[in-house]
Write a protein that binds this ligand. Structure first.
Ligand SMILES: [Zn+2]
Length: 166
């Protein structure tokens, strides 16, 4: 019998075996690239570990988007330390972080969402509105409206187009 391709469960358990705590972060203890990203073979080709983690939970990354770190810890693959953004968002984010350290963990129920966060909320699967709301510090109604494309339409513009064309 030819070797069977790995299932998502195989990848998930490999990531668990190869993880360590680093402060709040969960870092990869396997192969690390020169730039500091965790690397492993995924569905037949090498990919960065934080991207793999995001894909395993949320599905394919839409064209033109990247999986970025809120924590700036490149080998970290803790899901809630990752966000989806465009390449430009990623660069802007790096610029901003160069000057100010961000507080990404709003605790009030009235946090102002960034465009990145609105897009991320729109793309999250497998969590309900209240869980997402707690993660971002906003009410579940706001989350619901973003997910159905009724709120933050400017931030979602490209994604809504992507979904329509898919
Ligand atoms: Zn992290």
């Amino acid at each position: 019998m030819p070797p069977q391709p790995w299932s998502d469960e195989n990848y998930i358990s490999r990531l668990e075996r190869k993880s360590a705590r680093d402060g709040d972060c969960i870092v990869y203890t396997g192969c690390i690239s020169k730039k500091g990203y965790g690397w492993m073979s995924f569905r037949g080709k090498p990919d960065s570990v934080h991207r793999i983690k995001w894909i395993l939970h949320n599905g394919p990354v839409p064209n033109g988007f990247e999986i970025c770190h809120k924590c700036d810890n490149r080998s970290c693959f803790r899901l809630d330390h990752l966000f989806i953004g465009t390449h430009k968002d990623n660069m802007d984010d790096r610029d901003r972080k160069g000057r100010v350290k961000h507080n990404y963990w709003p605790v009030s129920g009235k946090a102002k969402l960034t465009d990145d966060q609105a897009r991320e909320i729109y793309l999250i699967k497998g969590m309900n509105n209240s869980q997402i709301g707690r993660m971002y510090g906003v009410g579940h109604n706001i989350v619901r409206q973003i997910r159905i494309g009724k709120r933050r339409q400017n931030a979602l513009k490209n994604l809504l187009k992507f979904t329509e064309n898919a």
